[in-house]
Design a protein around this ligand. Sequence first.
Ligand code: SF4
Length: 378
Amino acid sequence: MVADWLATRRRIAAFRYKLLAWYGAHRRDLAWRHSRDPYHIWISEIMLQQTRVKQVGEYFARFLRAFPTVQALAGAGEDQVLKVWEGLGYYARARNVHKAAKEIVALGGLLPDTYEGLLALPGIGPYTAAAVSSIAFDRDHPVLDGNVERVLCRLLRFEEDPRRGAAKTALIGAAERLLAPGRAGDFNQAMMELGARVCTPAKPHCGECPVREGCRALRELEDPALLPRKTPRKPRPHYQVAAGLIWKRGRLLIAQRPSEGLLGGLWEFPGGKQEEWETLAECLAREIREELAVEIEVGECLARVEHGFTHFSITLHAFGARWKSGEPQAIGCAAWRWAAPAELAQYAFSRADRRIIEELGLGDLEYSPGRSNNGERA
Ligand code: SF4
């Protein structure tokens, strides 16, 4: 039946026409849509992955102010890039954008203008290669993100779980068949926009949908929102994590995470995941010993922050603590610093650690030697 739908040329032509007309009249005025510069389009597409459009707006402007060209980005330090990206999450994107910029500059300074050339760069997968090659270079490549998947599943009444490999291949084939040749950039953006604003996950606005006449889910199902069919994911595990605000002579010990992996390259208040056999205070003392070879005296818990990652969530318990002995060593981290509270703003922290800084007003503290802390100073 999916094949039947796609076999009718007149239906496909009508679909393209209505979708593009709707997009022309209703598309949102987004900063990156004012630019044809491939560098701008690439940065916006990377930022838009797993992040809301509204949030990207501010970061996009800030990023281009800091790094107006691919050369400026390539010439920056990773710390600078992470600092500008701070709060946007999924930091591997920032590190990969930085690596890719260096490769682009080494290749002459121009972004590759083909799907294959883009795909060869760090951090660019099939989705981003298709999006950038179609939007920036008018290449006829269809995109398939969550929004497009949803529209296609409903339009064609596609009943398989779109996350499965074979189903994904079938959906890319369908998107390819529907794509408006020569207008791939607009077509792809129109499909994504339709999914984001009209064919929404829980309650699609079918009455306002420009392609409702051809939609099989609307015609044949009691509720189009029954599609896409997705097998439920396993619940995310939840961990208890202890972090230390470890004071020594008015300065706080902060550690930089190894550059690869979760939150790679970001700074944090050191600590780690609680094991079953220990209290949070014991966990903190153990982690600081193992990661930094430092002995501490753990004080009281000053703040708690809930935070979710893609595959797990945490409760972060921030303890006041006092340095007792040991020169820090970067055993389980990339680097460490004794930072005055006023200096914390210079470092890129994860969102959870930044919330601790804000909740405790740490960034507002002035250095005053001799005051002890839980917020006290040693
Ligand atoms: S008619 Fe409804 S279900 Fe079908 S594509 Fe439009 S919004 Fe989605």
